[in-house]
Design a protein around this ligand. Sequence first.
Ligand code: ADP
Length: 159
Amino acid sequence: MNRKVIYPGTFDPITHGHLDIIERASRIYDRVFIGVAHSKEKHPLFSVKERVSMLKRATAHLKNIEVEDFDGLVVDYAKKKTSRVIIRGLRMLSDFEFEFQMALTNRKLAEEIETIFMMTSDNYAYLSSKLIKEAVSLGADVKSFVPSFVAEKLRKKLR
Ligand code: ADP
């Protein structure tokens, strides 16, 4: 059985919270496709090329991971990868409403595709890319929240 999953997101930039979900997913599924959404409407700090490259570097130790960009609907990306599962991470209750809405919309668009939620590890429950960017621009050292090469790239962009 070839069990595949897609993990879509903006990853602007990758944090230890994302990496934790990726590592756990890679132990459950045979192949994990990380789809880096262009997310132009979010005006990401890093270009999609930079985000893909950071994810590749951060997941280089994992054998069954592939990283690529995608534009458009998540369900279309899942179909392209012939994956019937979308994985999303859940942190606080505040993630729930948006994720619930999104999962139900995706089910309407493609009922054969399931969204599976993985609960954050307690160490990362408060961690978000947005918070990290704010912290760096205010002078914080974020090496315990993101891989050190990502912390360095953030410092260069934001200071
Ligand atoms: P999006 O723009 O799709 O929300 P993100 O990069 O912000 O993209 O998040 C991608 C996925 O990773 C989402 O499912 C999000 O809930 C999850 N995620 C983000 N940070 C964490 C974290 N600290 N712990 C667990 N899951 C997380």
